[in-house]
Design a protein around this ligand. Structure first.
Ligand SMILES: NC(=O)C1=CN([C@@H]2O[C@H](COP(=O)(O)OP(=O)(O)OC[C@H]3O[C@@H](n4cnc5c(N)ncnc54)[C@H](OP(=O)(O)O)[C@@H]3O)[C@@H](O)[C@H]2O)[C@@H](O)CC1
Ligand SMILES: [K+]
Length: 501
């Protein structure tokens, strides 16, 4: 549960359970405020004049309590309130009463008079879009060069979806409590948060068992124990056999990159299935990866008789047309797990139900492994299979969750904040990677890395999560100037770190 993310509602539940177990809410607020004051001291120690903005709820209460601590530390603080303190209720009212320092209405706030602004306007309780004077204030603050430290979330960011509701503060740093929220990791929330620090305010991890969160940060803690890493005694066939379908002669590179990634990711063997016309081109480039002719569905049926070929990739550079549909359906009905990417996804745009039905049929009896199908769409490909979900007012995690449930597939919805979702409702949000990953062929390598895990019998959701994480780590390890071919070569280093983990 280390990787759990809590939605604002779930965080409220953690709060409620902790209070019910005997810790008063004001104590939690004091601890939250202490964490905020500590973050001011460590991150903004030389800020001479500090403004704290207090909203109408407990986020504002945290601001009052932090102002009191900073003042006791001798800092020059001034508090600006959205509503008069007499209108506050509960713990926020207690904190406001205890603060005896300077306070003024928010209308008097001028960002340029300060070296640091602490944002306690809205946090987990944001329930609608910001409007009116608050939007003007946010715009003015963002346009100023004054750094902002956000309490819990930058005001205006949804903790559930990371969306900007009306307008949102751009923070340099954010202090949150107990566990991250999805909005800290999903864009644009992630960028608005700046550096995120999570403070322990005395909420015990055992509340998570009762809350049963379904969102997670994609970290090794989530899947490391399910990974099948090679053992000394193992044989190459124990590590499975990944197969990648090649496109026609003019577009074979994508399949080879995916196959190389499958091998580097730990598959015992990798084979490219190539149409006859592309055999020579593929042969000229392959060494460790093997090559077999696969001209049509009938030939595929025969090739599928080799039961050791257990994980398939279809789509990278495959080309448009009906061939992809027949191949995908054949692989799934033969009980093999399939990563469907790029052209493989597009091939089903006019008949997504045919794919989903095949995945449901293949998924039966696979409870231990999870779904037989992995879909790896970017936003445009996602829209081809799930046009209604692409347009619905949903956060990215819920969008991917609904797609996974509908298709009975693990869905990797790609982007800077890639989400991996399973039909059972779990969703992991990835945070590894660099801007350099947005490069031609990067997705082909990812598909191969997923297949590497599937070949090694890692359950589908964990396989997808591990592959996405490694893909990002490989990019981080390489650094600037990355092209897709560089990624497989970085995988050994990423695996070494994982094994040492
Ligand atoms: N959970 C924990 O463990 C702990 C939580 N702590 C802290 O509590 C914070 C959550 O507090 P919270 O629930 O009071 O919500 P908060 O973010 O202050 O906002 C609610 C207020 O804003 C209002 N409002 C909403 N949207 C609005 C809009 N667009 N425009 C205008 N108004 C709007 C809303 O009005 P209403 O919707 O009721 O009409 C209500 O009055 C959390 O972020 C953390 O900082 C810590 O103290 C320690 C432990
Ligand atoms: K805030």
């Amino acid at each position: 549960m280390d990787a759990a993310l809590l939605t604002p509602t779930e965080m409220g539940e953690a709060d409620r359970l902790t209070i019910a177990a005997g810790t008063p809410g004001i104590v939690l607020m004091e601890r939250a405020a202490k964490a905020v004051a500590d973050a001011v001291e460590t991150g903004f120690g030389d800020a001479a004049r500090i403004a704290l903005l207090a909203g109408p709820g407990n986020n504002g209460g945290d601001a009052y309590a932090a102002a009191a601590i900073l003042e006791r530390h001798g800092r020059d603080v001034r508090l600006f309130h959205l509503v008069p303190s007499q209108e506050l209720t509960g713990d926020a009212a207690i904190a406001a009463k205890a603060y005896g320092g300077q306070a003024a209405p928010l209308a008097d706030f001028q960002p340029q008079e300060f070296d640091l602004v602490v944002d306690g306007l809205f946090g987990a309780g944001l329930s609608r879009a910001l409007e009116g004077k608050v939007v003007d204030l946010v715009d003015q603050l963002n346009a100023s060069a004054v750094p902002v430290l956000a309490i819990d979330l930058p005001s205006g960011i949804s903790g559930t979806s990371g969306a900007v509701l009306g307008a949102a503060i751009e923070a340099e740093a954010t202090v949150s409590f107990f566990r991250r929220k999805p909005g800290h990791l999903l864009e644009p929330g992630r960028s608005r948060c700046g550096r995120v620090a999570i403070a322990d305010i005395g909420i015990e991890a055992d509340v998570l068992a009762e809350i049963a969160p379904t969102s997670f940060e994609n970290r090794p803690a989530l899947w490391r124990h399910r990974l099948m890493l090679p053992t000394q005694a193992g044989h190459k066939y124990d590590r499975g056999h990944a197969v990648v379908f090649s496109g026609p002669a003019s577009q074979t590179g994508a399949a080879r990159m995916a196959a190389m990634a499958a091998l580097r990711g730990g598959a015992g063997l990798a084979t490219v299935f190539s149409p006859a016309s592309a055999i020579l081109v593929n042969a000229a480039h392959l060494t460790a990866v093997m090559l077999k002719r696969c001209e049509n569905a009938a030939e595929l049926e025969t090739l599928l008789e080799d039961g050791r070929m257990n994980a398939f990739v279809l789509g990278p550079g495959f080309g448009a047309g009906e061939g992809a549909r027949a191949y995908a359906e054949a692989v799934l009905s033969a009980g093999r797990r399939l990563v469907l990417d790029a052209d493989g996804i597009t091939a089903f745009q006019d008949m997504p139900d045919a794919l989903f039905d095949a995945a449901v049929a293949a998924g039966n009896g696979r409870e231990d492994d999870g779904p037989a199908l992995v879909l790896t769409p970017h936003a445009g490909e996602f829209k081809r299979l799930f046009p209604d979900l692409a347009e619905a007012e949903l956060g990215k995690a819920d969008r991917a969750r609904k797609a996974a449930a509908r298709s009975n597939a693990v869905v990797i919805l790609k982007g800077r904040d890639t989400v991996i979702a399973a039909p059972d409702g779990r969703a992991a949000i990835n945070a590894t990677g660099t801007a350099w990953l947005a490069t031609a062929g990067s997705g082909d390598v990812l598909a191969g890395l997923v297949a590497a895990q599937l070949a090694q019998n890692t359950p589908t959701f964990e396989a997808a999560c591990a592959a996405v994480w490694m893909h990002g780590k490989a990019a981080e390890a390489f650094g600037p100037g990355l092209i897709a071919e560089d990624l497989p070569a970085m995988v050994p280093k990423v695996l070494a770190d994982l094994i040492a983990f």
